[in-house]
Design a protein. Sequence first.
Length: 173
Amino acid sequence: MTAPPVVPPDFDRLLTRIGYVNYAWTNTESLLIHVLAGLLDARPQTAKSTATIIHLTLNTTRARIDLIERLCKQENPPLPADATSRIVKLMGEMKRLSAIRNQLNHSLYAFDPELGIMRSIQMKIADRKAGLTYGREKELGRDSVEELDSVLAQIRGANAALWNVISEYGLPV
């Protein structure tokens, strides 16, 4: 029986960072409940409960963000214009970060123990006029871990910005 290949430290760091990105994203996305509660034209004592039900019913980040943007853009939203414009801007940032997270989650990760090469394999189908494309491979290196650290910092920044809006405008917590 041959021993399993030794996982290169950079590959282990890369996979750990992907886990951190998912953890941080989940915490940040859950803040949408408080933003949604503040945008609902409901009794304050039930807004968070109603917002939680809506958040859990909508099964994609994109649907949650779209709803919040639409509530901000409605005629006479329940929050001041400066709050809704900040929220819409934050939702744009969350869309961008969500796309990065989705790309990470829809990939397989592999390494070649002999060559020491790490790579991702995109597991998303692109339906083109002439056919399907999938399995796009990307070689990964130490800079990939640093890129993930940057993404993590951006998610944490979005998290802090959402908390600031929640706090400044007294949204239900």
